[in-house]
Design a binder for this molecule. Structure first.
Ligand SMILES: Nc1ncnc2c1ncn2[C@@H]1O[C@H](COP(=O)(O)OP(=O)(O)O)[C@@H](O)[C@H]1O
Ligand SMILES: [Mg+2]
Length: 409
């Protein structure tokens, strides 16, 4: 397919990405669309973007003026699946007060998308094979053979061959539906598309809600690309949308985009089992860190340290402005192993003696005491439980409990 056609297809269907495997999938979809008796099988993990393919196939086929129905086979109760797909006669079972057409009858002349086809019970699979081979089907509770002319596209996030070998999917049906196979690779195998997709989902939402846009730091982009994305594009979309709504909630309009650093992003990425940081999950927990990962790791630790410094300044009354989400220093600054002071916003700032004296005194304090001090100091500084809780990154409830415990009103 020509580059131009591909671009216009993506524009039309709001598809973002340039990965060769994605382009290949779209190309195959367009090529098989006109051959409207061919069944197509789409595979790929959950959230990779399978849903759009059958729509493209339908709308670019001679059936485009016919019906398009998408059915999630995994969402139908096992007892009613035959009746849903093939219909039933009045009185076929308790509750069948009227004759009802099934999807195969409804979609006559059109396209039926059977999502999660691997979930169909074996008895239904036999009926599906029959209708695919001959167009024939029977309504539940009837003996009359009816005919329909439906193109079927199936999708699955399971390994159907594996189901076949375990007797859970009919082998003959497998060969019938898999004559054309379109596979969408997981997002982690399309790294170059990840940032593009993030920007798309983020700008969609900020435009819709008139929010300030967001911009990822270089480190955040590295993390975004390294993360394993078990929920694929669906998960990326939800992360991009949450960040774009939540992180811009307090941004003053017209002040430029809100900068999202790796630490902030990491808060939105669920930890995966066996991994402490999402960034380390790429090659499994056995392997050692790559240089990139090490650098990221160090930066995250440094950002944490900056936060601690900033919070200390609240406790000890330092004059430097408190920023709870400091931006990361540029990579080059790490080469020289900076002292803590070098990370302050104003290195020339006078360090007064007061904090030093306090520090000595604090040596005898327990961590718990310091935590109490921190909460009280943050409350003084911010004047409200809510603001203090936000600055400390703890819940308002924790503050409330602490105050009660300390007997402070
Ligand atoms: N290449 C893409 N460009 C834009 N949005 C995409 C892309 N791939 C997936 N999406 C979006 O991601 C979400 C999940 O896709 P979906 O097709 O429902 O996944 P699947 O059916 O494979 O589980 C949807 O909101 C979809 O619009
Ligand atoms: Mg789907």
């Amino acid at each position: 397919m020509e580059e131009r056609d591909l671009t216009s297809l993506k524009n039309k269907y709001d598809i973002v990405g340039n990965d060769p495997a994605l382009n290949y999938a779209l190309d195959i979809a367009l090529k098989v669309a006109p051959a409207d008796d061919l069944t197509v099988m789409i595979t790929g993990e959950s959230g990779v973007g399978k849903d759009i393919i059958p729509k493209i196939i339908h709308q670019n086929s001679p059936r485009r003026s016919g019906k398009y129905l998408a059915i999630n086979c995994g969402a139908i109760a096992e007892g009613t699946v035959d009746s849903e797909l093939f219909g039933h006669e009045k009185g076929a079972f308790t509750g069948a007060i009227e004759m009802r057409k099934g999807y195969f009858e409804e979609a006559d002349g059109g396209t039926l998308f059977l999502d999660e086809v691997g979930e169909l019970p074996l008895a239904t699979q036999a009926k599906l094979l029959r209708v695919l081979q001959s167009g024939e089907f029977i309504r539940v509770g009837s003996a009359k053979v009816l005919k329909t002319n439906v193109r079927v596209v199936v999708a699955t996030n399971r390994n159907l061959m594996h189901l076949v070998s375990h007797g859970k999917f009919r082998e003959d049906l497998y060969y019938r539906v898999s004559s054309v196979h379109i596979d969408l690779p997981p997002l982690r195998e399309r790294r170059e598309d990840i940032h593009l997709l993030f920007r798309k989902f983020s700008s969609d939402i900020t435009e819709k809600y008139f929010r300030t846009g967001v911009m990822l730091t270089e480190d955040a982009v590295v993390l975004l690309k390294k993360y394993r994305w078990p929920g694929n594009v669906r998960q990326l979309r939800s992360v991009a949308e949450s960040i774009s709504m939540l992180e811009t909630a307090k941004a003053a309009p017209g002040k430029g985009r809100v900068v999202i650093d790796a630490m902030t992003l990491a808060n939105y990425l669920p930890r995966e089992e066996g991994n402490t940081l999402p960034v380390l999950s790429d090659h499994g927990s056995q392997s050692s860190m790559s240089e990139d990962e090490k650098e990221m790791f160090i930066k995250i630790l440094l950002t944490l340290k900056q936060k601690v410094d900033a919070l200390e300044s609240v406790v000890y009354g330092g004059k430097q402005p408190v920023s709870v989400t400091p931006s990361l220093p540029a990579a080059s600054e790490f080469v020289m192993a900076p002292q803590a002071q070098d990370l302050r916003e104003d290195p020339d700032e006078q360090i007064d003696e007061e904090p030093a004296r306090k520090e000595a005194e604090d040596d005898t304090k327990t961590i718990a005491d310091m935590k109490d001090d921190l909460i009280v100091a943050a409350l003084r500084k911010y004047g409200s439980k809510k603001a203090a809780a936000e600055a400390l990154g703890i819940s308002e409830r924790t503050i409330y409990r602490k105050l009660k415990q300390l007997g402070i009103k």
